[in-house]
Design a binder for this molecule. Structure first.
Ligand SMILES: C[S@@+](CC[C@H](N)C(=O)[O-])C[C@H]1O[C@@H](n2cnc3c(N)ncnc32)[C@H](O)[C@@H]1O
Length: 220
């Protein structure tokens, strides 16, 4: 069962920029993502690397529910990283840091622990997305988790809606790139198995007709 997100408004209030405030309020109120990731990381204390962290909402929601591991978020959007840093400082979040890194160009950060990869894969070229999953999987130590949310390519109406919303996000300038490819479930399962991880898949779309899935993978 997925838990409710605590304290939507107090988290949103940490963001000074009105567009970020309203984005945080709407996102936290409507998307079950952060509660589901909190559940997936419950009882883990392994350090977390959040790849494509955006404005860092996951750090706030995890701290609000008592996640005690260190948190590092990286993203290639300098404006989002600046907003993430400022909000985390304003909220006085302990052991949280952010860096501006392009996941397709720069060296993958040294990390051992859990990894979150939430709504990011579709923005990367297919080969870069697969390589990123392999690098993320190599970070996963026993007891840690690789938590992915992604649209899956099922060639159905939900997949088309998911793509349309990602194209819309690019059109209004919220995203700095357009969607490229959605992985298939079979492709992801095979890739994670080759990396030595066993994975569970569960639908996670909220009230809108996305084709989003939560994938939680562990070693062994
Ligand atoms: C839909 S947002 C998801 C944000 C965050 N993971 C969340 O769920 O709240 C996708 C994020 O991926 C980031 N991104 C896209 N391509 C990237 C790349 N090549 N390197 C790093 N970050 C990237 C975007 O800047 C954006 O913040």
């Amino acid at each position: 069962m997925t838990s409710a997100i605590p304290a939507t408004k107090p988290i949103a209030r940490q963001f000074a920029e009105p567009s970020h405030y309203w984005y945080a309020r709407c996102k936290l109120a409507t998307d079950p993502l952060y509660a589901a990731v909190g559940d997936a990381l419950r009882e883990t204390i392994a350090p977390l690397l959040d790849l494509g962290c955006g404005i860092g909402l996951l750090a706030h929601t995890l701290r609000a529910r008592g996640f005690a591991g260190s948190y590092a978020g990286i993203d290639n959007d300098a404006n989002k990283i600046a907003a993430a840093r400022a909000a985390a400082e304003h909220a006085d979040l302990d052991d949280v840091r952010f860096a501006c890194v392009d996941l397709t160009r720069e060296t993958f950060p040294a990390h051992r622990g859990s990894v979150a990869l939430l709504d990011v894969l579709q923005y990367l070229p297919p080969q870069a997305a697969d390589e990123l999953i392999e690098r993320a999987a190599a970070c996963i130590v026993p007891g840690a988790r690789l938590v992915i949310r992604s649209g899956l390519d099922d060639a159905d109406a939900r997949t088309r809606f998911t793509r349309a919303m990602d194209v819309f996000s690019r059109g209004i300038g919220w995203m700095n790139t357009a969607p490229k490819r959605y992985p298939t479930r079979a492709g992801l399962e095979a890739l994670l198995a080759r990396c030595g991880l066993s994975a569970s898949f569960a639908p996670l779309s909220g009230r809108l007709p996305f084709n989003n899935w939560l994938i939680v993978a562990e070693r062994g």
